[in-house]
Design a protein around this ligand. Structure first.
Ligand SMILES: [Zn+2]
Length: 179
């Protein structure tokens, strides 16, 4: 990806292609913060440096916000490898994913409705709500922040571009190590 996207506060939120970056600018949804003067984009009517950092004018669009993939591993990372009901520390082979509001009652698979559980608690809970079987969650399930370095992030950048160095503490964890 070519361009780093900052939210209205100046925090990195996503990477997009330069085409998308230009589009966001044309739609007046973003302003260009930094251009790459070595990569000039030319058309009959304009010539600009490739946008390397853009800043959104308004709220973050849902489409732009990158998500931490909801994998078993990432759920386990979020939940500190701990059964969210009894607190026992789990080995990978013992991970089960509990739907807090059971699927049979319309619960869906989303970050706010899944929790890591041991087999015993998952069985005990079955198709009921935690309080119905005397269980309580240790923490409210939440969607992880994409810049939380603990999570396996789907986007890997290969190089830290000089134009991104102001944001390097955020981006450090997303650099692919196998160059
Ligand atoms: Zn348990």
């Amino acid at each position: 990806m070519d361009t780093l996207v900052l939210d209205t506060q100046g925090f990195p939120v996503a990477f997009v292609s330069w085409q998308r970056a230009i589009n966001l600018q044309w739609q007046d949804r973003a302003i260009v913060v930094t251009e790459d003067s070595k990569r000039i984009l030319r058309s009959p009517s304009f010539s600009v440096g490739m946008p390397r950092v853009i800043k959104l004018r308004n709220h973050i669009s849902r489409k732009l916000r990158l998500k931490v993939p909801m994998t078993r591993r990432n759920i386990a990372i979020r939940d500190n490898s701990m059964c969210q009901y009894c607190g026992v520390l789990l080995e990978t082979a013992d991970y089960t994913i509990d739907h807090v509001l059971p699927r049979s009652r319309g619960g869906i698979t989303q970050w706010s409705n899944v929790a890591l559980a041991c087999v015993a608690c998952n069985k005990r809970k079955s198709d009921r709500l935690p309080h119905e079987v005397g269980l309580a969650l240790r923490q409210k399930p939440y969607e992880p922040n994409q810049f939380d370095p603990r999570f396996n992030f789907r986007l890997h950048i290969r190089v830290l571009r000089p134009e991104w160095r102001d944001y390097s503490s955020f981006l450090y964890w997303n650099i692919s190590l196998d160059k």
